[in-house]
Design a protein around this ligand. Structure first.
Ligand SMILES: [Zn+2]
Ligand SMILES: [Zn+2]
Length: 474
C-alpha cells in the first residue's frame, strides 16, 4: 500500500517548505495569490473584480514526501480526479514592445505554479488535503525501536486512531493544497488593438468574459505558435509550455513559457529583436497566418487535409503532449485568432468576405450543413431556415407541437461578438419571437445542448471600457 505522508512542520518554517494563499476570481476564474492570508478583499489582477478574503486557500510545498515503507499491490488505483491547475505570474514585467496591435512582453523570472487541490467531490469542488502530526512507531515493520517523530500524515489515507503504528501528537486541523513552483522565462502576446467586433477578449476561464469558442481559439493559437517556434528553433515542442490564455484588463494575452526551470533561453530568443527591430515572435505570427509556402499553411491547406479535418487532427495541431486539449483544438480558429491579433481590420467574415482568408473558406457552407443536420435530429420541432442579408446566415426555427414559431437561433461564427450591434450588423429582422445566437463551435460539438445553452446565455459584454484595466498581472 502506498500512502502520501507529508513531513510538514506546522508552526515552524523550514527552509525547504514554502506556503502561499491562492483564490480563484469568481468573475473570470483567474488566480490571485498572497504569501500571507489577506485581511481585506484583493482586486483580481486580470479583470479588476474584488476577490473576497475568505475565498483564499492555503497551499504548501512540502519539504519532501514519504510512503508507509510497505510494498504496494500492483493493481491499486489512485481514486478520483485530481484538481490540478497551472498558473503563471509575471514577476518582473520586462520592457514591452509594441508591434502594431500586438504587444510582446518577455518576462524573465516568471513564476509558474502547479496547484493540486486534491480529488473533487460529486459537485466538482476540490476536497483539499489534511494532516495529523504523528510519531511513526513501526517504520520498517520488522525492526522494532526505530521511530520517526514529527511526521505529518494524511488522516484520510492512513487510519491513525486505534492503529498502534501511529501516535498522534498534534492534529494540524487545517485544509491545504499542494504547490509546486518554478521560476522560468515566459513570453506574453497581448492583443491590444484588435477589431472589437470580434470577441478575442472573451478568454476568461469563466464568467461574463468567457466564451468557449473564443477560449478554444486562443488555446489553439498558443499550441500552433509553440509548434511553429519549435520548428523554427529546431527543438522539441515540449521544450515550451503552452499555458492557458488569460485577460489583462481589456486585452487577451497568450502565454508561452520555457519548460526548463530557470529558463532555457527559448522564450527570450523569441522575444529578441531581429534586424528590423521587431521581436522574432511577431515575424512567426505573420508567417503562420500569411505564408502559404511554409508550415503550417502549406500543410494545413493541402486539399487532403483541409477537406478531411473539420476541427483538428494529428496532421495539424494535435500532438500527444497536448492531448488534454484535443477537444478544444481547431486549426481554423487558431489562424483566425492569430490574424485577429495582428490585423485590426480583420473581421472574420462579419463583412461577408469568406474568400480572402483561407481559414474562412467554406465556413458558410459548413454552417448551413450543421444547421440542417441539427434540424434533422428533431424534425417535429426544428426547422432549417435562412436569416440576415440575402439569407446569408443559417437559422433554426423552433416550433411548438401545434406548429407555432417559438424562437429562432441564428448560426454565427464563434469569434463574432454577440451584442446589440451585431444584431443590427447581421440584419436579422425582429419578428416578435425570441432570437438567440448559436455558434458553429458549439453546434458541431454538442448540437442539442448548444441550443439550450444559447437560449440561456446573456448578451456579450459590449466592452467599451478603454485605457486598460488594472495594471499588470499580479
Ligand atoms: Zn478576475
Ligand atoms: Zn487536421
Amino acid at each position: 500500500m502506498f500512502v502520501r505522508i507529508y513531513p510538514l512542520q506546522p508552526g515552524t518554517t523550514t527552509a525547504a517548505m514554502e506556503a502561499t494563499h491562492v483564490a480563484w476570481c469568481g468573475s473570470c476564474g483567474a488566480a490571485s495569490h498572497r504569501t500571507d492570508r489577506p485581511g481585506v478583499p484583493i482586486q483580481c489582477g486580470d479583470c479588476g473584480v474584488d476577490v473576497p478574503e475568505d475565498t483564499f486557500n492555503y497551499y504548501v510545498s512540502p519539504s519532501a514526501f514519504r510512503t508507509d515503507f510497505r510494498p504496494t499491490a500492483k493493481d491499486v488505483e489512485t481514486p478520483g480526479q485530481m484538481a490540478i491547475r497551472t498558473v503563471a505570474t509575471i514577476q518582473r514585467d520586462g520592457l514591452p514592445s509594441r508591434i502594431g496591435s500586438l504587444t510582446v512582453h518577455v518576462g524573465a523570472g516568471t513564476t509558474i505554479m502547479n496547484l493540486n487541490s486534491g480529488v473533487e467531490d460529486e459537485n466538482g469542488q476540490a476536497k483539499f488535503f489534511g494532516a495529523d502530526v504523528v510519531t511513526d512507531n513501526d517504520v520498517l515493520g520488522w525492526q522494532k525501536n526505530v521511530t520517526l517523530p514529527e511526521q505529518a500524515v494524511d488522516p484520510g489515507i492512513e487510519k491513525i486512531a486505534g492503529n498502534p503504528r501511529w501516535t498522534a501528537t498534534a492534529p494540524v486541523a487545517m485544509r491545504f493544497g499542494l504547490l509546486a513552483r518554478k521560476e522560468t522565462d515566459a513570453l506574453f502576446l497581448e492583443a491590444t488593438g484588435f477589431n472589437r467586433r470580434l470577441n478575442l477578449d472573451l478568454v476568461a476561464r469563466r464568467g461574463t468574459r468567457s466564451r468557449i469558442g473564443a477560449r478554444s481559439a486562443a488555446v489553439s493559437a498558443t499550441h500552433l505558435l509553440v509548434q511553429k517556434a519549435a520548428l523554427v528553433l529546431d527543438v522539441a515542442p515540449d521544450e515550451f509550455e503552452a499555458l492557458e490564455p488569460r485577460l489583462r484588463g481589456d486585452s487577451p494575452m497568450l502565454q508561452i513559457a520555457d519548460t526548463l526551470i530557470n529558463g532555457s533561453g527559448l522564450c527570450r530568443r523569441l522575444g529578441e529583436a531581429e534586424t528590423d527591430g521587431r521581436p522574432e515572435i511577431a515575424r512567426l505570427v505573420e508567417e503562420v497566418v500569411g505564408d502559404r509556402l511554409q508550415w503550417p499553411l502549406k500543410d494545413f491547406l493541402d486539399e487532403r487535409h483541409a477537406t478531411r479535418c473539420s476541427t483538428s487532427c494529428y496532421a495539424c495541431v494535435q500532438q500527444y503532449q497536448n492531448r488534454r486539449y484535443h477537444p478544444l483544438l481547431d486549426w481554423r480558429l487558431a489562424l483566425s485568432y492569430l490574424r485577429g491579433m495582428i490585423d485590426p481590420r480583420y473581421s472574420c467574415g462579419l463583412d461577408g468576405d469568406f474568400d480572402t482568408h483561407p481559414e474562412l473558406w467554406g465556413w458558410p457552407a459548413k454552417a448551413h450543413d450543421l444547421a440542417q443536420a441539427v434540424a434533422s435530429m428533431r424534425p417535429r420541432t426544428l426547422r432549417y431556415g435562412r436569416a440576415g442579408t440575402g439569407g446569408r446566415l443559417p437559422c433554426l426555427e423552433e416550433r411548438s407541437v401545434n406548429g407555432r414559431l417559438e424562437r429562432r437561433y441564428v448560426v454565427v461564427h464563434p469569434l463574432w461578438r454577440l451584442d446589440a450591434a451585431s444584431i443590427r450588423e447581421f440584419c436579422v429582422g425582429p419578428d416578435g419571437n425570441p432570437l438567440f445566437f448559436v455558434d458553429t463551435f458549439d453546434l458541431e460539438r454538442r448540437p442539442l445542448n448548444a441550443l439550450k445553452f444559447a437560449a440561456s446565455r446573456p448578451e456579450d459584454d459590449a466592452l467599451t471600457r478603454r485605457g486598460g484595466g488594472p495594471a499588470a498581472a499580479a
